[in-house]
Design a protein around this ligand. Structure first.
Ligand code: PRP
Ligand code: URA
Length: 213
C-alpha cells in the first residue's frame, strides 16, 4: 500500500497479541468484546497523544500553586458506526467518561457491497468537538467514507477515524477521500475476499460481538 501522511498503522506488540486472540474463531463472544474494548483503550491513548483539546487550570499542591493542562470539558464526541463500532465505545469511555456518543447506522448491501445508512443521531454541538469515528473493520472503506461525509455535512471539522483491522483498499480509499482526517489502524491485513471480507481478518465483527450467528 502507498503511504499516506494521514494514516498511522500501530503494529504495536501488545495490540498484535490481542488481535491474534481476537482473530481466533474459538474466542468466545465475551472474550471478543473484552478484547475490542482493551484494544480501543490502547488505540485511543496512542491516537490522541498530540490531539486532545486541553485547557489550563490552576492547581494548589500541598507546596504551591501551579498551572496545569487538563482535557477540556465536553470537547470529545464518539461516533460508532453501527453495529460493530458500538464495541469500541466503552474503550474510549475508559479514558473520556463524559464523552457524548452519536450513532450512525450503516450496513453493507450484500449485493452491491455499498453502505446504506439507516440511522443517524448526533449530540448537540458536535460540530465544535473532536469527533472520534470508530468501527473495528475497515474493509472496502465505503462505510467510513460515507460516515465521515455525513459528519462533515453536519459541520464537523475535527474528525479522527479508528479501526482495529484495515484492508489496504479501504485504508487507501478513506485516506484519499478525506485527507484532512487522521486514520488510525491497529493492523493492516492482506486483502479482501470476493465478498469483501478482510483476509485474514476475524470474520463478521458485529456477529462476533453480539452473538448473532
Ligand atoms: C461491517 C463493519 C463496517 C463495514 C466495513 O458492518 O462493521 O461497518 O462492514 O465494510 P466496508 O469498509 O466495506 O464498508 P456490517 O455491514 O457487517 O454491519 P454490522 O456491523 O451491522 O454487522
Ligand atoms: N465487516 C466485517 O465485520 N468483517 C469484514 O471482514 C469486513 C466487513
Amino acid at each position: 500500500m502507498k503511504s499516506y501522511d494521514n494514516v498511522v498503522i500501530f503494529d504495536h506488540p501488545l495490540i498484535r497479541h490481542k488481535i491474534a486472540i481476537l482473530r481466533d474463531e474459538r474466542t468466545s463472544m465475551k472474550e471478543f468484546r473484552e478484547l475490542v474494548e482493551e484494544i480501543t483503550v490502547l488505540m485511543t491513548y496512542e491516537s490522541l497523544k498530540d490531539g486532545v483539546p486541553t485547557t489550563e487550570i490552576e492547581v494548589k499542591t500541598p507546596l504551591e500553586v501551579c498551572r496545569q493542562q487538563v482535557v477540556s470539558d465536553n470537547s470529545i464526541a464518539i461516533v460508532p458506526i453501527l453495529r460493530a463500532g458500538l464495541g469500541m465505545v466503552s474503550g474510549i469511555h475508559v479514558l473520556f467518561p463524559t464523552a457524548r456518543v452519536g450513532h450512525i447506522g450503516m450496513y453493507r448491501n450484500e449485493e452491491t457491497m455499498l453502505p446504506e445508512t439507516y440511522y443517524c443521531k448526533l449530540p448537540e454541538g458536535i460540530e465544535d468537538k473532536l469527533v472520534l469515528v470508530v468501527d473495528p473493520m475497515l474493509a472496502t472503506g465505503g462505510s467510513a467514507v460515507d460516515a465521515i461525509n455525513l459528519l462533515k455535512s453536519r459541520g464537523c471539522k475535527n474528525i479522527k477515524f479508528m479501526a482495529i483491522i484495515g484492508a489496504p483498499q479501504g485504508v487507501s480509499k478513506v485516506a484519499e477521500a478525506h485527507p484532512d482526517v487522521n486514520i488510525y489502524v491497529s493492523t493492516l491485513d492482506r486483502d479482501l475476499n470476493e465478498n469483501c471480507y478482510i483476509l485474514p481478518g476475524l470474520g463478521d465483527a458485529g456477529d462476533r460481538l453480539f452473538g448473532t450467528k
